[in-house]
Design a protein around this ligand. Structure first.
Ligand SMILES: Cc1cc2nc3c(=O)[nH]c(=O)nc-3n(C[C@H](O)[C@H](O)[C@H](O)COP(=O)(O)OP(=O)(O)OC[C@H]3O[C@@H](n4cnc5c(N)ncnc54)[C@H](O)[C@@H]3O)c2cc1C
Length: 418
């Protein structure tokens, strides 16, 4: 049950400071572990780009992974499933396959742990599609006391619990909305007129079910990934100026697309089209830092112009940038709380000094639009005024974990104190 702890995040850019790592195999062992711990941090697949999951340096804090919690139960009416919190989206897709069921949306890669993705409001894209936390209809978690609670959609604490940042307890299972699995397809389109992209951004992001605009913010041609499922209307490209690209593409220009999901309209399973990267392959390049800033969708054009204006200052650190849309929700710590967002993502080089400097340039450029950063990516913004329900979240956290078992330096610095 006790293992050598992870020493860094997935990217290797964030050092971790855990004294040990526990991987309990059943609920009773987990409950005993939690009740007997003064400090503990839940970890998923460690794909965050800051010290959100980490322990305090020099402190006797253990990590706990629920990777062994991998069960799947299909709801009677086939509109929901109960999944063990240890599954990754790729593993969940394999488990759903015989049942002919799917998730409505996914992030850019399926290697993420479902619970870790939900805890940070990880998202895919779609003006009418919420982030992955909005797929949740119930959360089961082990509280600091060792008690097990299930919080359901409609319960008083639900909207505060789902995007919990590992601050409320250890999530052991989730009930998720599911849809019938149908074939999906994606096309990559070339946009030869990047100077006017900000004016067209809102309509480009509404082109299909899930749209990602990849750009270098340097005036070179942008590329637009559009994903759709069987039964969706044909893409109306006639007046958009966008043209289908021939040949497979990698989001980062110049990289071999061998790890990317199939393009050019070839039909295939949802888990091999909604993400940009294929299950079973090393996603992206690994040696990277990511940042992302969500702004209200009505500011999409102005925000894009503001980033374009500082594009030359980003070039030294930027591998590629991605623009997506995410629909509004009611989850207290979701960046989409009360607002559909236009979301500006940046994959920086793995040099944390360069990445930090570039992220600060973006933060300053987007400041007029009240950006909310992605919880799991690199940022320096003070977020405490960005979330209208933050005091409610603090009160919920105080109630569920009065002795601060799950609180770490990141939570104190970014969310709880001050
Ligand atoms: C290559 C790459 C691509 C990405 N693409 C996207 C994308 O398309 N869209 C997007 O929005 N984000 C994306 N991300 C960011 C990523 O989705 C988030 O950082 C997410 O939180 C990662 O989940 P994880 O389990 O790896 O996180 P971890 O770092 O392990 O954990 C994240 C948080 O979840 C908590 N947590 C984990 N497990 C539990 C549990 N069982 N109970 C309670 N709390 C728990 C942790 O305490 C921590 O606070 C990407 C990251 C990478 C590296």
């Amino acid at each position: 049950m006790t293992h050598d702890p992870r020493r860094t995040s997935w990217s290797g850019t964030v050092p971790y400071h855990f004294a040990r790592e526990h991987r309990p195999h059943d609920l009773d062992s987990l409950r005993a572990l939690v009740a007997g711990s003064s400090h503990l941090r839940p970890v998923g697949t460690a794909h965050t780009f800051n010290d959100l999951p980490d322990a305090a340096a020099g402190a006797e804090v253990a990590a706990v992974s629920v990777a062994a919690f991998d069960e799947l139960q299909v709801g009677d009416d086939r509109t929901w499933v109960r999944v063990g919190a240890g599954l990754t989206h790729a593993q969940l897709a394999v488990a759903l396959e015989p049942h002919g069921l799917a998730l409505e949306n996914l992030a850019s890669l399926p290697h993420l742990n479902v619970a870790g993705a939900v805890a940070t409001a990880t998202h895919g894209s779609g003006v009418r599609t919420g982030n992955l936390a909005t797929q949740v209809r119930a959360v089961e978690l082990v509280l600091a006391s060792g008690d097990v609670v299930t919080v359901r959609r409609g319960d008083r604490d639900f909207d505060g619990t789902v995007v919990g940042l590992g601050a409320l307890g250890v999530v052991t299972s989730l009930e998720l909305d599911v849809v019938p699995a149908v074939d999906h397809r994606q096309v990559v389109l070339l946009d030869g007129d990047p100077e006017t992209l900000p004016d067209r951004l809102a309509s480009v992001l509404a082109l299909g079910r899930s749209v990602s605009v990849f750009t270098l913010w340097d005036g070179s041609a942008d590329r637009v990934w559009v994903k759709s499922r069987d039964g969706d209307p044909e893409l109306g490209l006639a007046t958009t100026g966008l043209a289908p690209m021939t040949g497979e593409q990698h989001p980062i220009p110049g990289l071999d697309p061998v790890h990317c999901t199939a393009q050019q309209g070839v039909p295939g399973p949802w888990v091999e089209r909604l993400p940009h990267f294929r299950p079973g392959f090393l996603p992206s390049v690994g040696d990277e830092v990511q940042s992302e800033f969500h702004v209200p969708f009505e500011h999409a054009a102005d925000a894009a112009r503001a980033v374009r204006a500082v594009g030359e200052h980003l070039a030294v650190a930027l591998q590629v940038a991605e623009i997506r849309a995410v629909a509004a929700d009611t989850l207290w710590l979701s960046p989409q709380f009360g607002q559909t967002t236009c979301s500006f993502h940046f994959t920086w080089v793995g040099d944390t000094v360069l990445a930090d400097a570039a992220a600060r340039v973006v933060e300053e450029a987007l400041a007029p639009f009240a950006p909310r950063p992605h919880w799991g990516k690199h940022f320096t913004l003070d977020v405490r005024r960005a979330y209208p329900r933050i005091d409610d979240f603090r009160a919920l956290r105080d109630r569920l974990d009065p002795d601060r078992t799950f609180v770490n330096p990141w939570l104190e610095r970014v969310l709880l104190d001050g």
